[in-house]
Design a protein around this ligand. Structure first.
Ligand SMILES: NC(=O)c1ccc[n+]([C@@H]2O[C@H](COP(=O)([O-])OP(=O)(O)OC[C@H]3O[C@@H](n4cnc5c(N)ncnc54)[C@H](OP(=O)(O)O)[C@@H]3O)[C@@H](O)[C@H]2O)c1
Length: 244
């Protein structure tokens, strides 16, 4: 797969899945713009990837003014976006009866509202035949304790993806969802090892995922090898979803 001269935008590209995806696209020749809230994390990501093909922008997806800054950056580049990866997201785990309004709003403002309006503002900047990939989660279609609000945000992501796949099809734009299972990223740094091991034991492939494995699925869906795939929900989870 060669992405030379392709322009990629990845929200939340300074760490984890977004970072691995940016690195993979750069290795395959693309120009990549990554966003994130923390400017220092973006600097570190940029130093690690160390390529003139990588650009960074400090932008908080939950703020409409920051989404406008991202749109301006894209517009002023003079290039259309060939691949948009809506990846930025947070996870918070609480029982439904312990979920506060603040937790609920944080999750929905970033995972749903931010994703929705980033998509909306970048739609005019997508090239004909572009590929849009939304990062969901296996919990969007299965039940786990303490995941109520987070899982609801990811079910909303699935719904947005289905709608966008229909609305953008006239421009030959493909829209797909990647649904990772538990993946070894900074998001899960606080998860105790024994819990990670217990989750891994329930995965048919008996381990949790690596960020690069999710990146490979994203890159595949963005490629011409996936030219007839739109509206799909691709589980990348070692088979755990079929267990539920
Ligand atoms: N890791 C998993 O087990 C797993 C499983 C299923 C689904 N997912 C989904 O995969 C996506 C990536 O997760 P990850 O594990 O790679 O997470 P991560 O390691 O925590 O990285 C998240 C990235 O998103 C950025 N980000 C967070 N909030 C943002 C905001 N408001 N505006 C802009 N950027 C923001 C972070 O940078 P800043 O903090 O500097 O903003 C960072 O670059 C998320 O949508 C997550 O829900 C992850």
């Amino acid at each position: 797969m060669n992405f030379t001269n392709k322009n990629v935008v990845i929200t939340g590209g300074s760490a984890g899945i977004g970072f691995a995806t940016a690195k993979t696209f750069i290795e395959k020749g693309a120009n990549v713009l990554i966003t994130g809230r923390n400017a220092d994390s973006l600097k570190t990501a940029s130093a690690n990837i160390n390529s003139p093909k990588l650009k960074t922008l400090a932008s908080d997806i939950s703020k409409l003014s920051d989404i406008a800054t991202l749109e301006k950056e894209v517009a002023e580049s003079g290039n259309k976006v060939d691949i948009l990866v809506l990846n930025a997201g947070i996870a918070k785990q609480y029982l439904i009866e312990e979920t506060t309004e603040e937790v609920f709003d944080d999750l929905f403002n970033i995972n749903v509202k931010g994703l929705f309006f980033t998509l909306q503002k970048l739609i005019p900047h997508l090239s004909e035949g572009a590929s849009v990939i939304l990062i969901s989660s296996g919990v969007s279609v299965s039940g786990y304790a303490q995941m109520g609000a987070y899982a609801a945000t990811k079910s909303a992501v699935d719904a947005i993806a289905r709608t966008a796949a229909i609305e953008l099809a006239d421009r030959k734009i493909r829209v797909n969802t990647v649904a990772p299972g538990l993946t070894d990223t900074p998001m899960n740094q606080q998860t105790p090892e024994d819990i990670k091991n217990a989750i891994a034991a329930a995965v048919p492939l008996k381990r949790i995922g690596e960020a690069e494995e999710i990146a490979n699925a994203i890159v595949f869906l963005a490629s011409s090898d996936a030219s007839y795939i739109s509206g799909s929900y691709l589980s990348v989870d070692g088979g755990v979803t079929i267990r539920r």
